[in-house]
Design a protein around this ligand. Structure first.
Ligand code: C2E
Ligand code: MG
Ligand code: MG
Length: 705
């Protein structure tokens, strides 16, 4: 054994002899896990001595390695590590210190092993390195676990740096300990470092509502963690975004919170999307008001609240009067804008905890909470009527609109949403019947009326096929000649039971249900056919005038129907006159002018019925091709006594004549009225004074006379 061995592994000094100590040393070396060696500083690291550990570390017997017997240590060393090993050792030698390196070797069994080598150079008296002495241990197990650890750390860092979610560690006081690039990006910072530096008070700087931070800490404290915690936060530039946080508290040994760690997700897009979906599901797209579905929710909620406070709730049904005409004659764009304008007016009438909803068309519902009774509601509704009645400007024109309003109160008029809405709707119809521009409260007899109306509608549907309609004719007399020159066809409806229903009652229902289409055509056809028969019977020719209702007139096929009827019956169009009410003609839409002109081109006359009751606009009389004004009976009734009415009728006659129109007075019942009309140059009259409306058979007799 080389002498220098003693210096590499100093033997304990002992009283025993050299042989003894060599034996002790040999035993020690033999039992060492590692391989003790002495080698030359040459290209092969030629081994001069190796301990028994050689077998364990390299898999070769000591003899195989000694003096490069079978392999050299250089050969065993992993080719990729050879240069590093040599450099490390030579550097240490040059610096006169121990070397200490880890590298890989090829074990005799073919596997790669990690070894840890420590050693020192041995020099002779002239300071020349004569050998290296040291120990090589197998540290594969440790190296591998370290490697695994490093790998895990690297992977963790990859996750941290590349995650789409923001990751943070923050102190309880609200400072950032750590932030990943995603978090910096979400909050609008260039780097995590900038974020950590800038924001040192999360509570005040991050959360739009600082109370969110307390809420966050409260939940984490109670449950140890938090998930899906959604808040609005500021970005660096002051923008507000929505985030969702998942986090937990990391506790120290004594159970106190060391820090919070967690993730942040930017959910602004999702929030916007949800808001949009919710908007679409609950709000009317045209006006932005609540829609039917939201109204129902609010109504149900309102009922619960009212019930628990013993309060009242008002459900108010609003229908714009004559909206259809504006929509039909001025076009849907204008109609849409009008609805938007009205929506704004309704909103301005209510309090913030009330609701305005649009059910569709021109139907609106107000939900008025916490009402004391009908009186407080009435005050509110007067405001609504007034607000709607303010002129609505479109282009250069002002429109005057009104609305009909029906009210049902909880709990007086119904205990659930459906009943309240239905009853408010019924009350609204009553308001329409009362002449519009008013509000009506629901009453029990209204309920009864609604039932009757429902029956009426059902009967009306079958009236045509059952042949329950008949036309009566009321003569029109020329005031200059006292001759019957025309007659007005008036529909009569006698139910199979014998009861008759006034047209004033069922015509509006026919209008609303659309039944006016077939019924109106039947009237037109019957009147024309009748007139043709009278002429064929050789009676003095007379004009028959037929009432046309708005919905009938606005049908696309109206002109075609008119042509068909004239052709089928063979009546000369000059003996037909159509009566349109003043309100129908009022909207001077181009459409209206065109239709009227088309009628004129056929040779049919046009009269304005109920003149004086509607929204007069003198300009339309000039522009529209009408032939006759029929002064409404309400003005005629008192002409002999009331100076105002007298003045109105005189004015209408003069106006009509100035415009080249004939003027007829309706509802003439007395001699005095007749005298007034004659004195004022009225052209025609119609009324009970001469004759009530009569059957075709009696009309024939009147014509003969
Ligand atoms: P209108 O076109 O103004 O018809 C005149 C109404 O006054 C008729 O009522 C007639 O019977 C009534 N009348 C006539 N002379 C007098 C009088 O001296 N005193 C009083 N108090 N009344 C008189 P009627 O037949 O009940 O019709 C009511 C309304 O129903 C009509 O008013 C018209 O607007 C509508 N109507 C009637 N028949 C038809 C029809 O075939 N089609 C359409 N669309 N509407 C019709
Ligand atoms: Mg008429
Ligand atoms: Mg009339």
């Amino acid at each position: 054994m080389p002498q220098s061995m003693a210096s590499a592994a100093p033997a304990p000094s002992s009283p025993a002899g050299t042989a003894d100590s060599e034996r002790v040393l040999a035993t020690l070396l033999g039992n060492l896990e590692g391989m003790v060696y002495r080698c030359r500083d040459d290209a092969n690291w030629t081994m001069e001595f190796v301990s028994d550990g050689c077998q364990r570390v390299t898999g070769y017997a000591p003899a195989e390695l000694l003096l490069n017997g079978r392999v050299s240590y250089e050969e065993i060393t992993h080719p990729e590590d050879r240069a590093r090993v040599r450099t490390s050792i030579h550097t240490a030698i040059a610096e006169r210190r121990r070397f200490d390196i880890e590298y890989r070797i090829h074990h005799a069994d073919g596997r790669v092993r990690w070894v840890w080598e420590r050693g020192i150079a041995v020099r002779d008296a002239s300071d020349r390195v004569v050998a290296l002495e040291g120990i090589v241990e197998d540290v594969t197990a440790r190296a591998e676990s370290e490697l695994a650890l490093r790998e895990a750390e690297r992977r963790y860092h990859g996750l941290f740096d590349n995650a789409i979610e923001g990751i943070f560690r923050t102190t309880v006081e609200g400072r950032y300990l750590d932030a990943n690039p995603a978090l910096a990006r979400i909050y609008g910072f260039a780097t995590p470092a900038e974020l950590i530096e800038t924001w040192h008070d999360i509570r005040a700087q991050l959360y739009v509502d600082p109370k969110r931070r307390e809420e966050f800490m409260r939940i984490v404290k109670a449950r140890g963690s938090i998930s899906g915690f959604e808040s609005q936060v500021y970005r660096k530039n002051g923008d507000i975004i929505w985030i969702s946080e998942n986090a937990r508290a990391v506790l120290g040994d004594s159970g106190h919170v060391l820090y919070y760690e967690g993730t942040v997700e930017d959910i602004t897009e999702r929030h916007l999307y949800q808001a949009r979906i919710e908007q679409q599901a609950n709000y009317d797209t045209l006006t932005g008001l609540a829609n039917r579905s939201l109204l129902n929710d609010r109504l149900e909620q309102g009922i619960l609240t009212a019930a628990s406070y013993g309060a009242r709730l008002a459900v108010v049904f609003i229908d714009l009067d004559r909206f259809k005409y504006i929509n039909d004659s001025l076009g849907h764009d204008v109609g849409d804008r009008l609805l938007q304008g009205m929506a704004e007016r309704f909103k301005s009438c209510i309090r913030e905890f009330d609701t305005v909803a649009r059910l569709g068309g021109d139907e609106f519902v107000l939900l008025l909470n916490g009402q004391s009774g009908p009186d407080s509601v009435a005050t509110m509704l007067e405001r609504v009527l007034e607000s709607v009645a303010q002129p609505w400007r479109h282009g250069a024109r002002d429109f005057e609109l009104t609305c009909s309003v029906g009210v049902a109160l909880y709990p007086d008029d119904g205990s659930d949403a459906a009943a309240l809405l239905k009853h408010a709707d019924s009350a609204m119809y009553r308001a329409k019947e009362q002449g519009r521009n008013n509000f009506q409260f629901f009453t029990d007899d209204l309920n009864l009326l609604m039932k009757e109306r429902f029956e009426l509608e059902n009967n009306l549907r079958r009236a045509l096929e059952r042949g329950e309609f008949e036309l009566h004719y009321q003569p029109r007399v020329d005031l200059a000649t006292n001759l019957v020159v025309a007659c007005e066809a008036l529909i009569r409806w006698r139910l199979s039971g014998g009861e008759s229903v006034s047209p004033a009652r069922f015509i509006p229902v026919a209008e609303e249900t659309g039944l006016i289409g077939p019924i109106g055509e039947w009237v037109l056809r019957t009147a024309c056919a009748q007139n043709k028969r009278w002429q064929e019977a050789g009676l003095p020719p007379c004009v028959v005038s037929v009432n046309v209702s708005p919905r009938q007139f606005h049908r696309d096929d109206f002109i075609d129907t008119l042509k068909d009827v004239l052709r089928d019956t063979g009546l000369n169009p000059a003996y037909l006159e159509l009566e349109l009410t003043e309100n129908m003609v009022m909207h001077d839409g181009e459409q209206m002018v065109e239709t009227l002109q088309a009628i004129k081109r056929l040779g049919v006359h046009i009269a304005v019925d109920d003149f004086g009751t509607g929204y007069s606009s003198l300009s339309y009389l000039k522009r529209f091709p009408v032939d006759r004004l029929k002064i409404d009976a309400s003005f005629v009734r008192d002409i002999a006594a009331d100076t105002d009415d007298a003045a109105i009728v005189r004015t209408i006659i003069a106006l009509g004549h100035n415009l080249g129109l004939k003027v007829l007075a309706e509802g003439v019942e007395t001699e005095a009225q007749l005298a007034f009309l004659k004195a004022n140059d009225c052209d025609e009259m119609q009324g009970y004074h001469f004759s009530k409306p009569v059957s075709a058979w009696r009309m024939r007799k009147l014509l003969v006379r």
